[in-house]
Design a protein. Structure first.
Length: 85
């Protein structure tokens, strides 16, 4: 029951703009989403059908398509900035 992981263009750009150690931690957390897209500590965002997980001070915003088993990473950023449009 593994999910495929895909990234939006914006999420890829945001990921590679981060410090190397942070990238490693975030990539590890995203890899875990392939096995369990709703891990303990994830939170469904009220304004939409997206979820978020925390990795230190950073947040990963993602969408889950259960029927086709795809997790799409929408946005990655610092907790102070990630929820702004």
């Amino acid at each position: 029951m593994t999910y495929e992981i895909s990234f939006s263009k914006k999420a890829k750009k945001e990921l590679f703009a981060l410090p190397t150690q942070t990238i490693e931690r975030i990539v590890s957390a995203i890899g875990d989403l392939a096995e369990n897209p709703r891990p303990r500590g994830c939170k469904k965002l009220e304004a939409s059908e997206t979820y978020r997980i925390a990795v230190g001070d950073y947040r990963i915003i993602y969408d889950i398509a259960d029927k086709i088993r795809i997790v799409t990473i929408i946005k990655i950023g610092h907790r102070k900035e990630v929820y702004r449009s």
